[in-house]
Design a protein around this ligand. Structure first.
Ligand SMILES: Nc1ncnc2c1ncn2[C@@H]1O[C@H](COP(=O)(O)OP(=O)(O)OP(=O)(O)O)[C@@H](O)[C@H]1O
Length: 258
């Protein structure tokens, strides 16, 4: 598929498959279109050409009603947690269940508490407002909320960005734990967008790297690496090894930084 906004093509001819139960990391530099790709996967952005097929359904051909139903099988952990500031932690986490009438307020509260415990938040956090929490706690509340609808697919947008190394690792462990939790009976598929190589290596079975290829009308991202997480270091493509090692390399010239 390709995604274009006006005259700017952000993603060009991507072809990518994700297996049920696997954890895929999508890496690439800032602005290369990772979030756009995630949004395209759940129909928040429609591809300009091509298809997004989920469990046999072509999502970008569904009407709004069917798309909304398909989306309920996805949990989205947003980059900035995207919590409602005016609501308590409990209300934020209960929200998806009440919004989709999947239980009474008491049931929703009990389930919220269970998921908040699972991500390591104490019961005392339930009545706090998001502004009273640290960044790491907010991310964990976002994860607890994403788990409320028992999703088949979890999409994480930069889950460790802005966190210290310890809290990043806590979040990595939670991603692993969440994908292990239902491994046998109903495996959860995880797609993690990140530019944190440590996180990608730790949580992912497979890594896909997007790279912005400079064109006249701006950069267009394509896949330059797709393979096992443990093999990315051995890639022969300098665009991949530079990213893995955190070296700017050719990007200095491409971005015209003297
Ligand atoms: N709704 C939109 N309309 C127009 N352009 C958009 C829209 N959404 C994203 N873009 C553009 O698409 C490009 C990719 O953005 P995206 O947020 O996907 O990058 P990213 O790789 O997730 O970056 P970061 O790692 O910094 O979050 C950017 O040039 C952005 O300006």
């Amino acid at each position: 598929m390709s995604v274009q906004f006006g005259s700017q093509t952000v993603l060009r001819d991507l072809s990518l498959g994700v297996r049920r139960g696997e954890t895929l990391a999508i890496i690439g530099e800032s602005g290369c279109g990772k979030t756009v790709l995630l949004k395209t996967l759940i129909g928040l952005v429609r591809p300009t050409s091509g298809r997004v097929v989920f469990d046999g359904q072509t999502l970008n051909e569904l009407d709004d009603r069917h798309l909304t139903a398909a989306r309920l099988r996805f949990g989205f952990v947003f980059q900035q947690a995207a919590l409602f500031d005016s609501q308590t932690v409990a209300e934020n986490v209960m929200f998806p269940l009440l919004e989709h009438r999947r239980g009474t307020p008491d049931e929703a509260r009990a389930k919220a508490l269970e998921h908040l415990r699972q991500v390591g938040l104490p019961e005392s956090a339930m009545q706090k407002k998001p502004a009273e929490l640290s960044g790491g706690m907010r991310k964990r509340v976002g994860l607890a909320r994403a788990l409320m609808m028992d999703p088949d697919v979890l999409l994480y947008d930069e889950p460790t960005t802005g966190l210290d190394p310890i809290m990043s690792d806590v979040v990595n462990e939670l991603i692993l734990k969440t994908s292990d939790l239902r491994k046998s009976e109903n495996p959860v598929t995880s797609i993690v967008v990140t530019h944190d190589m440590h996180s990608a290596r730790k949580v992912a079975d497979r890594i896909v790297m997007l790279y912005p290829v400079p064109r006249l009308k701006g950069d267009e991202s394509q896949i330059v690496y797709e393979g096992l997480a443990e093999k990315i270091e051995k890639s022969s493509d300098p665009r991949v090894t530079q990213f893995v090692r955190g070296e700017a390399g050719d990007r200095l010239e491409e971005l015209q930084i003297a």
